[in-house]
Design a protein around this ligand. Structure first.
Ligand SMILES: *Cc1c(COP(=O)(O)O)cnc(C)c1O
Length: 381
């Protein structure tokens, strides 16, 4: 029986852990093997760090374990992970993508993927589970960024698989602590490790996880070939960050729930989009497929001026791009993360200039609420 996820944030399975300890003088913190190449004095399989490196191998095993996968490839950023996965497709392939996604993913599909003759079709998958036969893959996030739509993964996996398509899920928003898409039929899970996994706003990283050995082999060969691997130093930082993933996620989620409830009471607020609110559209599906609701929430204010006022007046909560770290952030999707998303897609998703997105960190709930109270007062002056 495998250990609980809190334990797997820190430890590999016993035999594996013992093997690593024996190879590194018992160092409890994985050494940073800062080397490009390896002299052929052992037969432990290390040749060159683009192919594999012991610091990276440790982190990859940890993340594969957290996602219940058989293998994981660590990449130099979340976008590098997405680019790697898209290398699986060939000209003429059709990828069905959710229409509400991280803005960088939409930009990548439109400017890079399409250039290589792979057609990307956008559709709001949370409302329409149809997958045409002959589709090569279905790509989604749940909850989506930033509109928090929730897609039933088991249901879309069934449609995808009967159409002969792979299901690819970007699980960045919930992290493996709260959700494991492979358990609900996903074939590939992607992470921007920059966010909750590393968790401290200090490093970029990405992961691709699968439990299908043939896909794992293909992805690994593609990663060695394309080369956007995670450096040993950065692997160490992410490994260090993951040790506290469970503690950070629980705390950040408590803060998100407190902030969501505070915002619901404010007259300046039109809508709070957080799947952990019992009357949220996706609540019932979340209950089925996730162990938590995460720490990202989107707010629609009554006016664009109020939205901009909030960005200007928060002190403790920083106006900055990104999410999933120890420090709370607020962003303005329309000019930041989603600036390059075509207006037609933005409008169809309901993404407008009254929307701000919060990512709650691990500060005290009292201080966060005090910051927001003062912000609203100043934003209205
Ligand atoms: C940030 C993010 C990415 C891109 O990851 P980087 O590490 O910034 O390259 C992809 N997907 C989601 C959901 C993200 O939040």
């Amino acid at each position: 029986m495998s250990q609980d996820i809190e334990t797997r944030c820190l430890h590999l399975p016993e035999e594996e852990e013992q093997r690593e300890l024996m190879a590194s003088h018992g160092a409890l913190s994985i050494p940073i093997y800062q080397t490009a190449t390896f002299a052929h004095v052992t037969d432990d399989g290390y040749d060159y760090s683009r192919e594999s490196n012991p610091t990276r191998a440790h982190l990859e095993k940890i993340v594969a374990g957290l996602e219940n996968g058989c293998d994981c490839v660590a990449t130099s950023s979340g976008m590098a992970a997405i680019a790697l996965v898209m290398e699986l497709f060939t000209p003429g392939d059709i990828v069905l993508s959710d229409s509400d996604l991280y803005g960088g993913s939409i930009r990548f599909f439109q400017t890079v993927t399409e250039k290589y003759g792979v057609k990307v079709v956008n559709r709001p998958l949370y409302r329409d589970y149809t997958v045409e036969s002959g589709t090569a893959a279905v790509y989604l996030e749940t909850p989506t960024n930033p509109m928090m739509h929730v897609t039933d993964m088991a249901r879309i996996a069934e449609s995808a698989h009967s159409a002969g398509a792979l299901l690819i899920v970007d699980n960045t928003f919930l992290s493996p602590y709260f959700q494991n898409p492979l358990d609900f039929g996903a074939d590939i899970v992607i992470h921007s490790g920059t966010k909750f996994l590393a968790g401290h706003h200090d490093v970029l990283a990405g992961f691709v996880v699968t439990r299908r050995p043939e896909l794992a082999g293909k992805l690994r060969r593609l990663s060695v070939t394309t080369g956007a691997v995670l450096s040993p130093q950065d692997c160490w930082l992410v490994t260090r960050g993951i040790k506290t993933l469970a503690l950070r996620m629980d705390r950040a989620q408590e803060n998100a729930i407190a902030v969501a409830n505070f915002l619901l009471e404010r007259p300046e607020v039109e809508k709070v989009l957080y799947p952990g609110l019992p009357d949220a559209e996706g609540y019932a599906i979340m209950e089925k497929q996730a162990r938590g609701f995460g720490a990202v929430l989107t707010v629609e204010l009554k006016s664009a001026a109020l939205a901009r006022g909030i960005l200007q007046h928060t002190h403790l909560i920083k106006f900055a791009e990104s999410l999933g770290g120890t420090e709370s952030l607020v962003t303005y999707p329309i000019t930041q993360t989603h600036a390059d998303v075509p207006v037609s897609i933005r409008e169809a998703n309901g993404l407008n200039d009254r929307i701000v997105r919060f990512s709650l960190g691990i500060e005290s709930e009292r201080d966060l609420i005090a910051d927001l109270k003062r912000t609203f007062d100043e934003a209205e002056e």
